[in-house]
Design a protein around this ligand. Sequence first.
Ligand SMILES: Cc1cc2nc3c(=O)[nH]c(=O)nc-3n(C[C@H](O)[C@H](O)[C@H](O)COP(=O)(O)OP(=O)(O)OC[C@H]3O[C@@H](n4cnc5c(N)ncnc54)[C@H](O)[C@@H]3O)c2cc1C
Ligand code: SF4
Length: 488
Amino acid sequence: MGKITGFLEYERKTEPYKPVDQRIKNFREFTVPMKEKELKEQGARCMDCGIPFCHSGCPLGNLIPDFNDAVYRGKWEKAAEILHATNNFPEFTGRLCPAPCEEACVLGINEDPVSIENIEKNIVETAFKKGWIIAVPPQSRTGKKVAVIGSGPAGLAAAQQLNRAGHLVTVYERDEKPGGLLRYGIPDFKMEKHIIDRRLKVLEDEGIEFKCGIHVGKDISAEELKESFDALVLCGGATVRRNLPIEGSELKGVVQAMDFLAQNNRRVDGQKKFKEEIKATDKNVIVIGGGDTGSDCIGTSFRQGAKSVTNFEILNKPTTERPQDQPWPFWPMRLRTSSSHKEGAERFFSISTKKFVGDKDGNLKALITSEVEWIKQPGERPVLKEIEGTEKEWPCDLALLALGFTGSELTLADQLGLEVDPRTNIKASVKDYQSNVPGVFVAGDQRRGQSLIVWAISEGRQAAYHVDTFLMGSSSLPLKGEGDLPRI
Ligand SMILES: Cc1cc2nc3c(=O)[nH]c(=O)nc-3n(C[C@H](O)[C@H](O)[C@H](O)COP(=O)(O)OP(=O)(O)OC[C@H]3O[C@@H](n4cnc5c(N)ncnc54)[C@H](O)[C@@H]3O)c2cc1C
Ligand code: SF4
């Protein structure tokens, strides 16, 4: 619970950022580490609130007051054990999680909440530095074989849990390296990729086999895999991108955000040649879409030396305060300003892109937009209405479409005869994460639709429990809310 009077004595503090002009010169992470004394004070702010709502705010059910208390007392190894009891990869969530736990923190009702995410990151980084995170292979093997398809956070979490249960786990990944969107979506300035490699080494040393560059459904059929393994866990993500089918969308310079981001991550990783270079250098860039992906496009464009970066969002500008109809401890839809937004992007809300304009060579040169308003009648969904006379032309050489994902690719569903839901996610209930085909399980974005890393890890862990139960009749793997024997 931290120090009884800690929240009265210390103000919230998180790792500061390097100045913008320095950090946009490269793709490195740019947070400045805090001193141990400061971190202990942040742990001390966790008060004896009685019912820690942060537990339920965290999709993993992280034991937050317990690790805060351990940090306050300087017991870092204990803190790392508590943290790893519920979270396989706190180094990912400690950097990238939007921290719904902090929105649910009791102190957050009338003060700044405890800086839980930052504490989490520092616990796991201390544990790596001290050499406490080592491979712990299972003591015995069950003889059962499981294939995990997809190596994003859901696949990695499922693989580690199933391996801990003693099964032989093979992870299939169509990309050249494991990590999913952690590696080829999220830019290095949010998480450098050696952070993934460091954890992958532990997983490999524990006995998990990674087969990269294999597209299941094409290079090897899903039925073939099903024949060779005792269970399959599909963790292929929600990879079908939303388009903007308006006039001019075929022009050179209208680019899907994921093509831009993935290419840049590969470039940072050393790849030199691409079929077609996509770069923001010296361009007027417009990012269409105000979410995480849009924000990552903004930061990447600045680092590539864009002339200007503008961001459009079709929704109204949210308030910075928690809206009244989204009370504590729920996750509120409020204006969020990322470190990338602060690097100089101009943001516009309630803007709809109507047309892309090209030059005679088929290159994008401008966008036409209109302002919109959302009309809401009681009990009905809001309807979009264009405001007459608000058309505007914006010079633009690169338009990045960051409009989200519509759902899962369906090749594997077709090959295995799996049911899908109306949003094209593969159907599997949270009761057991099993699809309509026995022995085929689904977790992460492929099951729940476009979501978050913390949810992907949580789903991977939950699915692993049910796979283990399916294979062995029962499981000693932890379910959410149960924790585990402290184990790094
Ligand atoms: C640009 C961007 C930024 C984001 N930023 C954040 C953030 O800051 N914080 C946050 O919490 N969330 C963020 N998200 C969301 C988060 O990355 C996802 O919710 C999460 O990665 C989902 O994990 P997953 O394991 O389900 O799928 P993914 O990470 O999508 O991994 C799926 C993997 O499966 C592989 N695969 C698919 N089909 C096959 C097949 N047939 N054969 C072999 N391999 C296959 C894919 O290549 C991929 O590697 C972001 C998303 C994007 C796009
Ligand atoms: S994983 Fe996310 S929600 Fe859970 S404790 Fe960490 S920052 Fe909070």
